[in-house]
Design a protein around this ligand. Structure first.
Ligand code: 13P
Length: 249
């Protein structure tokens, strides 16, 4: 059966000193539930995070990676490089990457391929914008994001995939999708995966919700049957808040 996951996407926050102090704080917190805990610091602190968290139950993930194996791609980071510092989980397709760095479905499909080829676990993000929801197109948009960047993968690869539904209008805005909106969309996503692959694949894939999840609303969102955890931005930057969310299961 699918697992619960609570992942903290630190985005472009925390220099080395802040990373050290937050990781120290995180190690002092207690995971009282059954959720896997993941943190995604910035690239330059992944090596430190990964080494410091060896032998703990906190997993370290990258926020992005390049699709090529290696070569003349100034400023980029490959799957192999991530794996060489002990990182084998990567977030791909975050809405900020799509919006500010023009990451298209095609590009994301090639990043997914690179991750799978290197035996990584891919946390694939997607979600509609406010206009899509207002015009009732949110399900169609999400279905096309999945189809265009993910549904080319083989059935066996799904054990390496975590889905993260993040409605763009709820990210960093303080406006959360209601638990019912999250549940409806997660059920739709699962149904879409089942139609493309199988009910078994759909039942086993972890689907995270992201967008203004806080200690105050986590429990209600996580109580929904198709919500298997969260991808947390702002509230992952304080150890106490983050672990209140982790322990909301
Ligand atoms: P916030 O929790 O700050 O809304 O960010 C969500 C997010 O984008 C996680 O990837």
């Amino acid at each position: 059966m699918r697992k619960h996951i609570v992942a903290g996407n630190w985005k472009m926050n925390n220099d080395l000193n802040a990373t050290k102090s937050l990781i120290t704080d995180l190690k002092n917190e207690k995971n009282e539930g059954d959720a896997e805990v993941i943190i995604a610091p910035t690239y330059i602190n992944l090596d430190y995070a990964s080494q410091t968290l060896t032998n703990t139950d906190i997993t370290v993930a990258a926020q992005n990676m390049h699709q090529a194996e290696s070569g003349a791609y100034t400023g980029e980071i490959s799957a192999e490089m991530l794996k060489s510092v002990g990182v084998s989980t990567v977030i791909i397709g975050h809405s900020e990457r799509r919006a500010y760095f023009n990451e298209s479905d095609d590009l994301l499909a090639s990043k997914v391929n690179a991750g799978l080829k290197n035996d990584m676990r891919v946390i694939f993000c997607f979600g509609e914008e406010l206009e899509d929801r207002k015009s009732g197109k949110h399900e169609a948009v999400v279905a096309s994001q999945l189809k265009n960047a993910l549904f080319h993968i083989e059935k066996v690869a799904w054990s390496h995939i975590v889905l993260a539904y993040e409605p763009v209008w709820a990210i960093g805005t303080g406006e959360t999708a209601s638990p019912e909106q999250a549940q409806d969309m997660h059920a739709f996503i699962r149904k879409t995966v089942a139609a493309q692959y199988s009910q078994d694949v759909a039942n086993n894939v972890t689907i995270l919700y992201g967008g203004s999840v806080k200690p105050a609303n986590a429990q209600e969102i996580f109580s929904k049957p198709d919500v298997d955890g969260g991808l947390i931005g702002g509230a992952s930057l304080k150890a106490k808040d983050f672990f209140e969310i982790v322990n909301a299961f």
